[in-house]
Design a binder for this molecule. Structure first.
Ligand SMILES: [Zn+2]
Length: 268
């Protein structure tokens, strides 16, 4: 079976110098392809190096809504230049992680800055016809309205936490919905319902590692989430949908390949 972890931060400092080893371990268990989006411009070099030294690691560049710096306008200029530098890199697949996160908003300036940053990055994706890896928390309707105004090349709404109806609105715009560790908690009824009821051809798997621990990992014991957990997450999805692990592997992998032709297994 062949699995794709569509969202994983192997460049995160918590993986130390072991990111390549962790990927190779995941690969042996069947998670052959991993997409590593960036959180901010400081990660670009590390992510590119990691990707270039491991066949199955692909990457995207973007500025996460919770990682926007005071110099965000010059960061956006740097992002634009970086995208032009790597546009022909066969491992560079899109713009992300970008989006809106309205979880802990205390002032309108933050909302304004997040929106400006998001729009600028949507324009870069549009200019280069690149797919998007989107982070949307308590902002789905606004994200949808922004996406409707732009010609976009689809992509993934990662760790999808919206309603069943909002899921269909994203699907109608050409997006896939990412599900990961959140589906392993019984209390997450909405997410589990969406994962069980949405069409399987609109779903991709992710670990969001080292974040979003699945229920069987204990944060207190310092255990790290990694792409190695993807198959157990896939097994949870198979149980929720009452289908086989093989079917989950085949269809979610096929869905992920549709994001970018560069991901095609034979190309690397
Ligand atoms: Zn992420």
């Amino acid at each position: 079976m062949f699995f794709i972890d569509t969202h994983c931060h192997l460049d995160d400092t918590s993986f130390g110098n072991f990111a390549s080893n962790i990927y190779q371990k995941a690969r042996l268990s069947g998670v052959e392809v991993v997409i590593n989006p960036s959180r901010n411009i400081n990660g670009f070099n590390k992510i590119k190096t990691l990707s270039n030294s491991n066949n199955g690691i692909f990457y995207s560049f973007g500025i996460h809504p919770l990682d926007i710096s005071l110099n965000f306008r010059s960061d956006l200029d740097f992002l634009y230049k970086s995208v032009t530098d790597v546009i022909d890199d066969k491992k560079f697949i899109g713009i992300g992680e970008i989006g809106l996160d309205f979880r802990n908003i205390y002032d309108n300036t933050n909302i304004y800055v997040q929106k400006e940053c998001f729009i600028r990055q949507l324009l870069i994706a549009e200019e280069f016809s690149l797919p998007l890896i989107i982070h949307s928390v308590k902002s789905h309707d606004i994200v949808l309205s922004f996406l409707r105004k732009r010609h976009n090349s689809g992509g993934i709404i990662h760790s999808f936490s919206g309603s069943y109806q909002q899921a269909h609105s994203f699907i109608d715009l050409g997006f896939l919905l990412g599900f990961g560790g959140a589906i392993t908690y019984k209390r997450n009824m909405k997410v589990r319902y969406n994962a069980s009821a949405l069409p399987l051809d609109s779903i991709v798997l992710e670990t969001d590692s080292p974040y979003m621990l699945p229920s069987w990992l204990n944060r207190d014991k310092g255990v790290l989430n990694s792409p190695c957990e993807l198959i157990s997450i896939a097994f949870t999805l198979a149980k929720l949908r009452n289908c086989s692990l093989g079917e989950i592997a085949n269809i979610t992998t096929k869905n992920a390949f549709n994001i970018s032709s560069k991901l095609n297994y034979k190309s690397y």
